[in-house]
Design a protein around this ligand. Structure first.
Ligand code: BGC
Length: 350
């Protein structure tokens, strides 16, 4: 079968190649790959900024935003042939740490977790793949064209879950949320904010193209800006920072209402320095009881919440997030990111 593989730690090594069919072990599902979403992490893997090969191997199959159709199931399985499924990204560390032992492998404490397509386990960019039934999530059949959005949605479902848990430390009835960044993660975070009945604002430096329209069609307000000046007079209750841009990360920490919650969900590149007034940041956070926290990855509960959220969303709007679909044979084209691209998807069936 064909698969998209790369050599972690080495730039420019992506290629579509023939590899042996996966072997289904007891308890696994055999799945036909339907599509795969590409994100910033995949681009980092491609440019050798991130990623670890499986022990004893130099190449691995990329891909963690999966979508497939079940081909074979174990006896007595809750899955049926033909079910639409996605595979979970992370697996618990082998110890396991307390969090992994409790199914919260997204909160792994010792860093020895593994991740499909990213850290030490083959990913989902192949014509067929296997997944342990306990790490698969069944989707509503209506999500066939957009199901690869479940994984990025799981990441923001976790962010929202933790925002609400942190908020619940005291009386919490948030009214407004600001999402910085109108890429896939930002737009999906905004969707989940709208589904919670919040007044949603989305900020992105792009002033034209499909992002403003996607935000408006969600019933949210778009701000074309590179700073948070618009929000000084009426700061939001919650910020979901999805850009990883240093200036916005720092500004978000001092631009919430009292008892504000700031979730850092974007990843910055290292090496740029900023002059900051540490005392001002300290005073703002302490005197307002604010909370700033980071969020990565997602556990099974978040994948299920993501699948439910997408099934409730407007399908036409979700389809507009997918701005390009490229066949597996031309998979490399998916790694170039145009300014107006939101989500680029590899079609594993052609
Ligand atoms: C994935 C996460 C993963 C993270 C770091 C993200 O792109 O969505 O599941 O934990 O990269 O590896």
């Amino acid at each position: 079968m064909r698969a998209l593989t790369f050599e972690p730690g080495k730039k420019g090594t992506l290629k579509v190649e023939e590899i042996p069919d996966p072997e289904r072990k007891n308890g696994d599902l055999l799945v036909q790959g339907v599509a795969l979403g590409i994100c910033g992490t995949d681009r980092e893997l491609e440019s050798a900024d991130y990623g670890w090969a499986p022990p004893g191997k130099s190449r691995m199959v990329i891909g963690h935003e999966s979508l497939g159709r079940v081909l074979e199931v174990p006896d007595g399985s809750a899955y049926s042939v033909g079910d639409l499924v996605v595979g979970v990204v992370r697996r618990p560390d082998p110890v396991p740490c307390g969090a992994c032992a409790h199914g919260e492998f997204d909160m792994c404490r010792n860093g020895r977790y593994t991740e499909r397509g990213i850290k030490e386990i083959d990913g989902y960019a192949s014509e067929r793949w296997v997944v342990e039934a306990g790490y698969a999530v069944k989707l509503d059949p209506s999500l066939e064209s957009v199901g690869m959005l479940v994984e990025p949605t799981s990441v923001v479902a976790k962010a929202w879950d933790h925002i609400e848990r942190i908020g619940a430390r005291a009386w919490f009835e948030p009214r407004t949320v600001l999402v910085t960044g109108a890429g896939p993660i930002g737009l999906l975070a905004a969707l989940l904010g709208v589904q919670r009945g919040l007044e949603v604002h989305v900020l992105d430096r792009v002033a034209e193209g499909r992002k403003p329209a996607l935000v408006a069609d969600l019933g949210a307000t778009y701000h074309a800006a590179s700073n948070l000046d618009d929000f000084h007079d009426d700061p939001p209750d919650i910020i979901v920072e999805c850009t990883g841009v240093g200036e916005l990360v720092l500004a978000s920490m001092t631009t919430t209402a009292a008892a504000g919650v700031v979730c850092l969900a974007g990843l910055a590149s290292q090496g740029r320095t900023h002059r900051v007034d540490g005392g001002l940041i300290n005073r703002d956070i302490v005197l307002e009881n604010d909370a700033v926290f980071g969020s990565v990855n997602a556990n099974l509960r978040h994948f299920r919440a993501a699948a439910d959220a997408l099934a409730k969303a407007d399908l036409g709007w979700l389809e507009r997030l997918i701005t390009r679909r490229v066949p597996l044979e031309r998979a490399e084209d998916a790694f170039a990111h145009g300014d107006d691209d939101v989500k680029v998807v590899i079609d594993l069936t052609v």
